[in-house]
Design a protein around this ligand. Structure first.
Ligand code: FES
Length: 392
């Protein structure tokens, strides 16, 4: 086969990535490149690599046959690999492989008559704790059973691209070979589907699973939109998770929440799902236990404790009715500021402070007031409360 001009230009570009006299180091991407053209590494591909890199065909063949990712026979668009190693085997991997083999009517390393799917059983795919595992062109489908595996195969036969459990969206073998040759996926899409509570963000052809609040998921837009996500990388012994936010202040607040006693990523995300950073700053400044209790899983006791802890973590000044407007700006631990709009209730508290009421009296008179509403009406209610309290 004569390789296209485009492939020849790319071959030169790949060689140019290496120092003079070291062009043989370009062999691995070169093999991916020829595979991206033909769907496998043919004899012509071997000869092309040898000629381009000044190697013998025997040397190129030795490398091409050593790595399993280089296919020496025509291979389908979709390489389906089912792990049948010990752990996956115990969990049902072999049964998945056998049923796929029967359904597709092919054995190991064979391709369906329509040329679309090549099946192989694989050794450990390094994802034993998600077994049984199968991959399609190296993208993972975790914890598959016979039903889901057959469903994936059916979708591939129908020309669909089922969404992997993690990683980027599926590419054909030729497409993924081009990426492995060092050419980024040029699909414009950045935001891909994900399960509830997650989005997949593609960066340079690699998909990252990012956990987000429902509000963030909506704000990011539609699948295919270009997005910018502020990310917190959370590493624990048993987890390695990315949390994504639409703004820097959200991420700062999330990280401050994580520092509070008893607050993990799930609760921090739940708090931010209900109250954005500005609302949270106001809640803390006003000791609004009730608003914090709106977060699922947060009771009065927890809310009261969080108020105290978060105030210092987010550098929210204690509410001082004699200072009033001074509490309207909160600065986070790293200096980023969060400015919030005072509520009508805050205006009432400031007015009462101006009238000389003590902090305790103000707290009691405004505790039951709503956040917003007509400030003069709220002030009247507070004054009535204070008058009744003084008479009592
Ligand atoms: S045994 Fe299947 S991924 Fe390790």
């Amino acid at each position: 086969m004569a390789f296209s001009e485009e492939i020849r230009v790319r071959a030169k570009e790949i060689v140019s990535r290496y120092p003079d006299g070291k062009s043989r180091s370009a062999l691995l991407p070169m093999l991916h490149l020829v595979q991206s053209e033909e769907g496998y590494v043919s004899s012509a591909g071997i000869a092309f690599c040898a000629e381009t890199l000044g190697l013998t065909k025997a040397e190129v063949s030795a490398v091409a046959t050593f790595y399993t990712m280089y296919k020496r026979r025509p291979t389908g668009d979709w390489l389906v690999s089912v792990c049948t190693n010990t752990m996956c085997d115990v969990l049902g991997g072999r049964r998945v492989y056998e049923m796929l083999s029967e359904y597709l009517d092919v054995g190991h390393d064979e391709t369906t008559v329509d040329g679309k799917i090549t099946l192989e059983h694989a050794e450990c795919l390094a994802a034993c704790d998600y077994g049984p595992v199968m991959t399609v062109n190296y993208e993972f489908f975790d914890r598959v059973d016979v039903e889901t595996a057959l469903g994936i195969a059916t979708q591939l036969q129908e020309g669909k691209r089922p969404m992997p459990t993690r990683g980027a969206r599926l590419c054909t073998l030729k497409e993924i070979s081009l990426q492995l040759a060092g050419y980024a996926d040029d699909r414009a899409d950045a935001l891909a589907d994900g399960v509830a509570g997650e989005v997949l963000v593609e960066v340079g052809g690699v998909g990252y699973r990012v956990v987000v609040a429902p509000t963030t998921a909506v704000a990011l837009g539609d699948v295919g939109d270009e997005v910018f996500v502020w990310v917190h990388h959370h590493v624990r012994e048993d987890a390695d998770t990315l949390y994504g936010f639409g703004g820097r202040d959200e991420r700062i607040t999330f990280e401050a929440l994580l520092g509070a006693h008893g607050v993990g990523p799930s609760l921090a995300l739940a708090i931010l799902s209900v109250h954005d950073p500005v609302a949270l700053a106001r809640i803390l400044a006003e000791d609004d236990v009730g608003a914090l209790c709106l977060v699922p899983g947060v009771g009065k006791k927890t809310a009261a404790r969080l108020l105290v802890e978060l105030k210092s973590r987010l550098h929210i000044p204690e509410f001082d009715p004699r200072i009033g407007a001074g509490s309207r700006h909160a600065s986070s631990a790293n200096g980023a500021g969060t400015t919030y709009q005072p509520s009508s209730r805050t205006d009432v508290r400031e007015a009462l402070a101006g009238l000389g009421y003590s902090a305790d009296e103000i707290h009691g008179a405004t505790a039951e007031l709503p956040d917003d509403g007509d400030a003069s009406e709220l002030l009247r209610r507070a004054l009535r409360h204070l008058a009744t309290a003084r008479q009592g």
